[in-house]
Design a protein around this ligand. Sequence first.
Ligand code: BTN
Length: 321
Amino acid sequence: MKSKALIELLSDGQVHSGAALAEKLGVSRTAIWKQIRRAMDEGADIATIRGRGYQLVSRVDLLDPAAVLDGIASGREEELALTVLDEVDSTNAEVIRQITAGTRGIPVVMADCQTSGRGRRGRVWQSPRGENLYLSMGLTFHGGFGVLDGLSLVLGVAVANALERLGVPEVGLKWPNDIFLPNGKLGGILVELQGELEEGVVQVIAGIGLNVHMSRAEGVDQPWSSLARACPNVDWSRNQIAGAIIDAVLDAVPLFSDVGFADFREPWQRRDIFMGKPLQARGGDVEGVGCGIDDAGNYQIRTQTGTVPVRAGEISLRVVS
Ligand code: BTN
């Protein structure tokens, strides 16, 4: 947001005169007026109070690295290399750039908006400014690509744990790693891999997109939800949500590295939105009832002739009735 400093001054909800704002920001009153117009074009709700000044009417949820780190278990924040950006092409792409540049610590990137947000299967991830959470983490694993089976499901469990800790009810998971609420998709996870930089060392970029304040979604072709829609009485803070998710991912990763997917099967399965539902896969060649995941994290459909496992990326599951 070009007018972020102005919004920060207005965020106390009080009326500020143009002259006072100009003095604090070291610019002319005309420049303040232009910034007010720009902030309003970007969606800020600012009232002009005749003869007195400007007042921010709606709450803005600004990203703030210190507030994100506040939500992370003490001591852990030192492991992180947190970057909070105003705008970026994709937070996943930025983590890849940071890994390539040799950033020390666990790269964690958040942005207020993405200009080329990436979804699974080459889709665009709509990333409007200030509305939602766009968060990526660079995670290192040892033992080659083979140790990563089930990781994307583990990340789904971590995000669900974080949301439940924040009081979100009825968090569901849709295989392989969509986050669901009863009225639609709340978020998604995009896992991208970097080639082995050293023998057996694998870099995973875990990108998490979560609808927080969004009340309109142009170009989204499926039922969707947001935290504000599902829990309208909560004053959602993207910083707090990010802190909780980062913390939950940092809880899950060492356990997954030590024992693999086994300990995550039950927590995933209990949130499975497809369990017991009629499903089809492989363009309709497989039809049956959802019956959860196997030990490797493949989804299983119980058909009339037996249980058929389906692999991540191979198909998309659809509720047929
Ligand atoms: C999906 O298609 O369901 C996965 C969406 C993942 C979107 C997130 S937003 C943060 C990160 N950066 C990206 O470009 N994509 C992921």
